[in-house]
Write a protein that binds this ligand. Structure first.
Ligand code: E4P
Length: 218
């Protein structure tokens, strides 16, 4: 499974990329608001740090606006993926971007049928939002499972399942067990995957015992 960093914070992205822990990045208007910098600058900086897919979301909700903004964003770097909402207008824009050779991430997916339509429009990635379904007392992982099954029923579908709105380490494990192609996670979730209390405890003991040997290595 590939990992994308779900953040517009260049410091977080740089740290994860240097550790070789990410294969790409996703951003959205709420993350840009938090980063509080011009969007083009953010995207330019991210694309200098990673050569993997970097999702840049359009702000317009009509097809002409999406096409204008998406074409502008796509010029920033070759690895920019245009992110459009899962609406009829968004899917029209998706089809055009794909004909122009631009990668597309269709976002705000909350049903298997929506995912089927995004694949039909040629989406490179479909982003089902797991956490937001959990928020309304549904099981977001059920959606990942349904989409996996449907896409696997039709080998012609090349759209990758990008599990989004990931909030916990358990979400990541479940998405990997189901076979999501990509998980996009906040930096804190990715770093949390490395942690285990028994690793910390075991390491502390090894450090202490090594000191007691009085030896040095190299
Ligand atoms: C990613 O592409 C989405 O925009 C993001 O994962 C949404 O996450 P949230 O529901 O935690 O805001």
């Amino acid at each position: 499974m590939k990992f994308f960093a779900d953040t517009a914070d260049i410091g977080e992205i740089r740290e994860l990329a240097e550790a070789g822990l990410i294969d790409g990045v996703t951003t959205n208007p709420s993350l840009v608001l938090k980063a509080n910098r011009p969007y083009s600058e953010i995207l330019e900086d991210i694309c200098k740090v990673t050569s993997g897919p970097v999702s840049a979301e359009v702000a317009s909700i009509d097809v002409d606006g999406m096409l204008k903004e998406g074409r502008y964003l796509a010029k920033i770097a070759e690895n920019i993926v245009i992110k459009v909402p899962l609406t009829l207008e968004g899917l029209k824009a998706c089809r055009t971007f794909r004909e122009e050779g631009t990668m597309v991430n269709v976002t705000l997916c909350f049903s298997a049928n929506q995912a089927l339509m995004a694949a039909k429009a040629g989406a490179t990635f479909i982003s089902p939002f797991v956490g937001r379904l959990d928020d309304i007392n549904l099981d977001g992982m059920d959606l990942i499972e349904e989409i996996r099954q449907i896409y696997d029923n039709y080998p012609g579908i090349e759209t990758e399942i990008l599990a989004a709105s990931i909030r916990t380490a358990n979400h990541v494990k479940q998405a990997a067990l189901i076979g999501a192609d990509v998980c996009t996670c906040p930096a804190s979730v990715i770093k949390g995957l490395i942690k285990h209390p028994l690793t910390d405890k075991g390491l502390a003991t090894f450090v202490e015992d090594w000191k007691k040997t009085g030896q040095t290595i190299a």
